[in-house]
Design a protein around this ligand. Structure first.
Ligand SMILES: *Cc1c(COP(=O)(O)O)cnc(C)c1O
Length: 424
């Protein structure tokens, strides 16, 4: 049991022989709780770097004219942008906020891909002003707005590279809230509309149509939808750039067996070799699978209550720092950090005033007591980005661990932070 839950923590995580403590990147969990308090989001820096290299090198080995791009909404924290920019990845941003963060972290503007189904004129102007490499056209209004911006005298002679986002009518087997490739999706243009947008952009002298983009959803656990997506964009004709999106799933629980990065790359590049022009440039945009498994959350038990046949183990965080359960019914495993694995089934719940504030409805915990540390693995993706101040929760710190050392890259919010935007 101990070994099984350990497998969900970053590679190299151990149970310290002397103390029995969960130890990640050489750092025992209690040391992190002592230094930064709880709840805390811990990230194994080397695990993120290793995953970035696996994506970048694996893609380059299969298709040299290519780039791996981090879909930053999965973890939009300046330190994470910096780390992935250092690894040479491009950065996907949706909206002015992520664009600003990426630039602040030193990302190369030429490697920015600007997404969104509702980009305001202000946001598009920010992208043009920053010389963002690619803007992804999601609707005809994007074209109108960009044409208008680029007609301004200050941008005389400028050409903005764009991709057209295509909705191929593929419905991957994932939660409805994170499926984006089906007809009826709010994202992208269905094939006939995509063809109209392409024709219009080919006639534009301010927008340069570089190619097409497709992204069919998130937490996808088989390779088929990815291969189908490549076939769909291939059918649109020949372009310089094909952006194949993200969406590879992560292993949250024992029954999840997502394709490996290599299996995923083999599947998409196999179709690409047969159906895309050999001189084309391929982009991929992993988000979740870049960071999810590198992170874990650390909580402290506040109360243990036996009621109605359940053992409720209540911790000092919950839906304020992890909305994945409420939004997508994501299953998470957990362990007492000082007695790893095993135990009786418990209902691990948060501190927020909703019954849905459950981190795990049924997870074994070994004799949980008030004051114990609970570690929840695979929380590196979409937890920081979706964290909130519900019930006045102070958003947790982000702590990087590496080679036996640790450092906070984001501090915990303070109660004063909760009032910082108030006006007198
Ligand atoms: C969210 C998103 C991604 C990343 O999806 P993951 O499931 O996190 O890999 C990639 N591209 C676009 C356009 C997205 O919106």
């Amino acid at each position: 049991m101990g070994d099984q839950v350990l497998d969900l923590f970053p590679p190299g995580s151990t149970v310290d022989q002397a103390t029995g403590y969960l130890t990640v990147a050489g750092v025992p969990a209690p040391e992190l709780a002592e230094a930064y308090g709880t709840p805390a989001l811990i990230v194994d820096e080397n695990a993120v770097r290793a995953r970035a290299r696996r994506y970048a090198d694996g893609l380059a080995a299969r298709w040299p004219e290519s780039r791996a791009t981090f879909a930053s909404k999965a973890f939009p924290c300046t330190a994470v942008y910096r780390l992935l920019a250092e690894e040479g990845l491009g950065i996907d941003v949706a909206g002015g906020g992520e664009l600003t963060l990426a630039l602040a972290a030193g990302a190369d503007p030429a490697g920015l891909v600007v997404h969104g189904n509702a980009k305001t004129e202000e946001e598009l102007r920010l992208a043009v002003e920053a010389s963002a490499g690619l803007v992804v056209i999601d609707n005809f209004d994007d074209i109108d707005k960009l044409e208008r911006i680029l007609a301004e005298p200050r941008y005389r002679g400028r050409e903005q590279g764009v991709l057209v986002r295509v909705t191929p009518d593929i419905r991957p087997d994932t939660h409805e809230a994170v499926s984006t490739g089906q007809s009826g999706s709010k994202f992208g243009l269905l094939l006939p509309d995509a063809e109209r947008a392409i024709a219009r952009l080919r006639g534009s002298d301010r927008l340069r149509l570089d190619g097409v983009h497709v992204h069919v959803g998130s937490q996808i656990l088989d390779t088929k939808p990815f291969a189908q997506a490549v076939e769909a964009v291939a059918a649109l004709g020949e372009f310089d750039v094909y952006d194949l999106g993200g969406g590879l799933g992560s292993r949250y629980t024992y029954g999840d067996h997502p394709p490996t990065v290599e299996e995923y790359l083999d599947a998409v590049i196999d179709v690409a070799r047969r159906q895309l022009p050999s001189a084309a440039r391929i982009l991929i945009e992993p988000g979740r699978s870049m960071v999810a498994e590198a992170g874990f959350s650390l909580y402290r038990v506040v109360s243990v209550k036996r009621s109605g046949g359940h053992t409720f183990v209540a911790v000092d965080g919950g839906m304020g720092d992890n909305l994945e359960v409420s939004l997508y019914q994501q299953r998470f495993e957990a362990t007492v950090a000082t007695r790893v694995g095993g135990g009786e089934p418990c209902r691990l719940v948060g501190r927020h005033c909703e019954s849905g504030d459950t981190l795990s409805a049924d997870v074994p915990l070994d004799d949980p007591r008030v004051g114990d540390l609970i570690a929840v693995p695979v929380t590196g993706a979409y937890t920081y980005s979706l964290s909130n101040n519900y019930n006045g929760a102070r958003r947790p710190p982000v702590v990087f661990v590496r080679d036996g050392r640790h450092r906070a890259v984001v501090r915990r919010e303070t109660y004063a932070d909760l009032m910082r935007r108030d006006l007198p």
